[in-house]
Design a protein around this ligand. Structure first.
Ligand SMILES: NC(=O)C1=CN([C@@H]2O[C@H](COP(=O)(O)OP(=O)(O)OC[C@H]3O[C@@H](n4cnc5c(N)ncnc54)[C@H](OP(=O)(O)O)[C@@H]3O)[C@@H](O)[C@H]2O)C=CC1
Ligand SMILES: O=C(CO)COP(=O)(O)O
Length: 352
């Protein structure tokens, strides 16, 4: 395999910086782009990103840039690691300064409200052949705080083009960071985005003082509604039993590292959404994704009771305890209601 020319990581928050560290450990020339020139200088002089990953020593292979053209021209892979709401702005800038096509990777976990676009769809809309020749999503159960400690982590690289997925697998894979490939880009993006909704809800139930039964209920019934919407949108149902499905759901609902869980926890303890977001100071993707998923559930008539309950808490000021009570007193139903419906339809068809 020829050594890649270099990798640019766009976004020097916790995840962009952690991924830059993995790539640096693997011996790549890493260009970490931030829109903040002061932060770029600090990273280059102190070899640390104190705001987002305090105490982590960054490998010497990483150089921070605040000039986007300098960061991306000359590398063959560009990793978008900014929050979903910044993807459009950064992609437009990339398209305008890019001198040649690159493999584009994104690691963001969200869906755009109102357009309902997944991030790969936004990137395809904005990046032309001038700047992109392959598109890969890297996702899975992976808190930056543990990745920089070089603790074992597994993720999946999804693309409709297996060669591009394997290129990304080779770039990132090492003894601590194991990368699988997957061809279901829809399922991987939907799993990664929607788990944040359930993690917010899990934080809320913990904040209310409920225990492990409530959390297990949220994880399993959450997975059911993620899979219900995901398959409606064209995902392979099996993806939801993998790293980007149940894997990421478990890690985000159970870890104190999760910003979504932490934000939910504060809501459960009685804080207001705007106070919580201010206190976090880092992106809580699940808030916007709840809006997008709620709209999608309405559009496709998909039953998503947890998402709907969280939507009431976040945007209609419903008390979290009341939202849990409403969820628990829904009409009785079969656990495998979708399966029962499909089997029922089949039996009816067989009898005719
Ligand atoms: N943290 C994690 O463990 C993981 C995160 N992810 C996903 O990665 C994505 C990024 O998350 P994460 O790094 O944690 O977020 P953070 O909040 O830690 O950092 C976000 C970074 O993006 C920058 N940014 C924000 N808006 C813009 C913009 N318009 N133009 C340029 N840069 C911008 C911020 O700059 P500034 O400092 O100036 O605000 C900051 O450097 C999210 O979608 C998240 O779900 C996925 C897996 C793991
Ligand atoms: O996606 C993540 C872990 O896989 C990070 O989750 P949070 O954004 O909730 O911290």
């Amino acid at each position: 395999m020829t050594k890649p020319k270099g990798v640019a990581v766009l976004g020097a928050g916790s995840w962009g910086t952690a991924l830059a560290l993995v790539l640096g450990d693997n011996g790549h020339d890493v260009r970490l782009w931030t829109h903040n020139p002061v932060q770029a200088d600090l990273i280059n002089t102190e070899r640390k990103n104190e705001r987002y990953l305090p105490g982590t020593e960054l490998p010497s292979a990483i150089t921070a840039y605040s000039d986007l053209g300098q960061a991306i021209n000359g590398v063959d892979t560009v990793v978008f690691a900014v929050p979903t709401k910044a993807i459009r702005e950064v992609a437009e800038k990339v398209e305008s300064v890019s001198a040649d096509p690159k493999t584009v990777v994104h690691v963001s976990k969200g869906i755009e409200p109102d357009t309902h676009l997944r991030i790969s769809e936004i990137l395809k809309e904005l990046l032309t052949e001038r700047s992109m020749h392959g598109l890969v999503v890297l996702s899975g159960p992976s808190h930056a705080e543990e990745v920089v400690l070089r603790h074992p982590t597994t993720v999946t690289a999804a693309s409709t083009d297996l060669k591009s997925a394997e290129h990304v697998q080779d770039l990132f894979m090492n003894h601590n960071f194991r990368v699988y490939t997957n061809s279901d880009i829809i399922g991987v993006e939907i799993g990664g985005a929607l788990k944040n909704i359930i993690a917010l809800a899990a934080g809320i139930t913990d904040g209310l003082g409920y225990g492990d039964n409530a959390k297990a209920a949220l994880i399993t019934r959450g997975l059911a509604e993620i899979a219900r919407l995901g398959t409606t949108l064209g995902a392979n149902p099996l993806t939801f039993s993998g790293l980007a499905g149940i894997g990421d759901l478990i890690v985000t609902c159970t870890s104190v590292h999760s910003r979504n869980w932490r934000a939910g926890n504060m809501l459960g303890k009685g804080k207001k959404l705007n106070e919580v977001l201010e206190e976090m100071g880092m992106v809580v993707e699940g808030v916007r994704t709840t809006k997008a998923a709620y709209q999608l559930a309405q559009k496709y008539e998909v039953t998503m009771p947890i998402t709907q309950a969280l939507h009431r808490v976040l945007f209609h000021d419903v008390n979290p305890k009341e939202a849990v009570d409403q969820l628990m007193s829904r009409m009785k139903t079969h656990e495998m209601e979708d399966l029962v419906n499909i089997l029922g339809e089949q039996t009816e068809a067989d009898e005719q």
